[in-house]
Design a protein around this ligand. Sequence first.
Ligand code: NAD
Ligand code: ZN
Ligand code: ZN
Length: 346
Amino acid sequence: MKAAVLIEAKNVVIQDVPEPVMSKPNQVKVRVKSVGVCGSDAHFYQDGRLADWVVENPLILGHECAGEVVEVVPGVNRVTVGDRVAVEPGIPCRKCEWCKRGEYHLCPEMVFMAVPGVNGAFAEYVLSEEDFLFPLPEKMTFEEGALMEPLAVAVEATKLAEIFLGDSVAILGAGTIGILCLQTALAAGATKVFISDINPLKLDFVKRFSPDRIVTIDATQTNTQEEILKNTQGRGVDKTLETAGTFETFRISPSVTRRGGRVTLVGIPPFQEYPFRASDLFDRTVTINAVYRYANDYPIAIRLADKGLVDVKPIITHRFSLDDVKRGLEITANRSDNVIKGIVNV
Ligand SMILES: NC(=O)c1ccc[n+]([C@@H]2O[C@H](COP(=O)([O-])OP(=O)(O)OC[C@H]3O[C@@H](n4cnc5c(N)ncnc54)[C@H](O)[C@@H]3O)[C@@H](O)[C@H]2O)c1
Ligand SMILES: [Zn+2]
Ligand SMILES: [Zn+2]
């Protein structure tokens, strides 16, 4: 089959590689149709590494994927050949303490696509297992299906943030994840959402979602912390989501949150320690938690998109063919051409 293979940093080549062979119970072969280009793919492309992962052998990137079932092993009955499905890219062991708790995203044996050692979806076929495939509603396209992956992150963040009816919320960073969190926070009943970015085009873009409930903050022109505190009479917001992954946005997250409020860290820090002020955590007792992927969120993401509570279509700004994966990774890595989300159609 044809695949885009990362050989080392900045070197992606189109190769003919063996089709994956099914050898285990529950397995399903999926003909890949659409794959989102994620910031993590771009990191692996640009630097040959991300956090503690290092690309030492050729690796097929891409983990935000939807396609069509083409083959199943005997005994599979949740999906059948011809089904259009979103592919949840991580398969846990199903046996460990965390899997049994339902917190399978914390499984130490997790096999997740497109991290070194596990090939991803910039290819014609991927293997999955029947309980990690989610049939797409009739009117949902493969491109939308692929974006159920980042939407699952936003669903998980919104659940962990405990966004309640009438909450005020701050979302620091209006990239793919921030824009999806904005929509899930609004769907959860937030009545005022401050959203900041350093790119004014992203802020113009988000105004289309419930403009009467959104306050945009251009972090290059305004001090985000002062602006949120001024607009809340010094109180701060009920819930804050950090969705940029920068020192500055981590630093101000607790400071823009009310006493007893909740901060949810979605961004992955490119440094070893979080820069919080101690007093925010003790005398103001802000609760902080971090998001790591998702568990049991794909069905929710699909229902939200199907019922129109979240619209993933407008975030797709770029489309690439499989031959063009390198260009997609470069544009995403350099944040050039005002990209929000690139999709590879295989
Ligand atoms: N926890 C998880 O499981 C998980 C899953 C997916 C992504 N992530 C992380 O979430 C973060 C966002 O991902 P993304 O795909 O949306 O990335 P992205 O690059 O599309 O979005 C980041 C946004 O933050 C903005 N930004 C930069 N500096 C800022 C500042 N000072 N104030 C406000 N905004 C600022 C950028 O302009 C950009 O629009 C990344 O750190 C990513 O690694 C985490
Ligand atoms: Zn992703
Ligand atoms: Zn497990």
